[in-house]
Ligand binder design. Structure first.
Ligand code: DQA
Length: 151
């Protein structure tokens, strides 16, 4: 599968920011882990990061125009209020998308318990650190087993 992995604002600072919550591994180490493990499973992994809402929307549109099979997205704080990202995921005309959070957003501040982007996704994975990205890739594999692509 051709999979796009999108990370949103401040995720490039993982390893530096709030280590007690996000851990000590650098963003580069996490990206390397996702790429290595994703490729071991036979996928092509494109890793992208933006601190800007519009940048994330451009990536999502690119996933459609470049024929990606699946998207894994951690929209960072945009999760909690970006209807524009919600619309861009929905507008991806059927590309299954899985939302990931490193931390367990449900065990944190109230504002983090709401995701306006998850309803546009096939599911959400949170609280498993970087492993969540692999679980999301597995969820995409599972999705295509249940919904094979029509040739
Ligand atoms: C996060 C959770 C968000 O609430 C927060 O704003 C982030 C990171 C996570 O991966 O746990 O930036 O998406």
């Amino acid at each position: 599968m051709k999979i796009m992995v999108i990370n949103g604002p401040n995720l490039n600072m993982v390893g530096v920011r709030e280590k007690g919550i996000y851990g000590t591994k650098s963003f580069e180490e996490i990206c390397q882990y996702i790429k290595t493990e994703g490729e071991k499973r036979g996928h092509t992994i494109t890793l992208l990061q933006s601190n800007y809402e519009g940048g994330i929307i451009d990536f999502l549109q690119r996933a459609y125009f470049e024929g990606y099979d699946g998207v894994v997205i951690n929209p960072g704080a945009y999760t909690h209020y970006s209807y524009a990202i919600h619309d861009a995921i929905k507008g991806n005309t059927g590309i299954p998308t899985v939302e990931v959070h490193l931390s367990n957003v449900h065990a944190r501040e109230d504002f983090r318990k709401v995701s306006v982007t998850a309803p546009a996704c096939i599911g959400q994975m949170c609280g498993y650190g970087e492993k969540g990205y692999l679980l999301a890739i597995e969820a995409l594999e599972d999705y295509y087993q249940k919904h094979p692509k029509k040739k």
